[in-house]
Design a protein around this ligand. Sequence first.
Ligand SMILES: Nc1ncnc2c1ncn2[C@@H]1O[C@H](COP(=O)(O)OP(=O)(O)OP(=O)(O)O)[C@@H](O)[C@H]1O
Ligand SMILES: [Mg+2]
Length: 185
Amino acid sequence: MLQELSLNVLDIVSNSIRAGANLIEITVEVDRERDSLTIEINDNGCGMTKEQLAMVEDPFYTTRTTRKIGLGVPFFKMAALGTGGSFHISSAPKAGTKVSASFILSHIDRMPLGDINSTIHTLITMNTQIDFVYTYKFDNKQFVLDTRQFREILGDIPLDNPEVSAYIKEYLEENKNGTDDGYQI
Ligand SMILES: Nc1ncnc2c1ncn2[C@@H]1O[C@H](COP(=O)(O)OP(=O)(O)OP(=O)(O)O)[C@@H](O)[C@H]1O
Ligand SMILES: [Mg+2]
């Protein structure tokens, strides 16, 4: 079982990558007043039919078929519902997929967010052909990392260039700290 929500994000985004997405938006939103943590992943990959979608959402469906159905989505869903939160997927063939999980921030069973910066950094530097838009919101502050803007400035220098990679890591750390003042989530 995954211990940190950032690892669930890695898993859900891996689905988007396997679905052939070239633009993936990841939003993490903490709202202390609403006592909520919301994570959204939006991709422009191949999407799913209604039938596929129904299977993905139901972890028990697996046991009745010979087909292997993974646990990435059911784990994420369970983690959210276990806190009294909510979970939604919408998807359409050729249009892409949107996964949204809401957690009650203060719930005792809510898994920690974990090292979300590492997850985002790994995704960007290991998938240099894909664009990512990462938005981090904390109460009424937010920052956005859009790899398309980085590319515009960098030209032919790839996002996994060691100096660029180090810069992205620092960019994430500085901006996260500037947004949440190092609040433990
Ligand atoms: N973003 C997506 N776009 C298209 N299809 C998706 C997407 N996310 C999930 N799917 C489909 O749903 C299936 C189940 O996803 P899930 O993450 O639960 O398991 P998995 O990826 O097959 O295996 P695991 O995550 O356990 O390695 C995927 O195999 C894929 O067919
Ligand atoms: Mg998966």
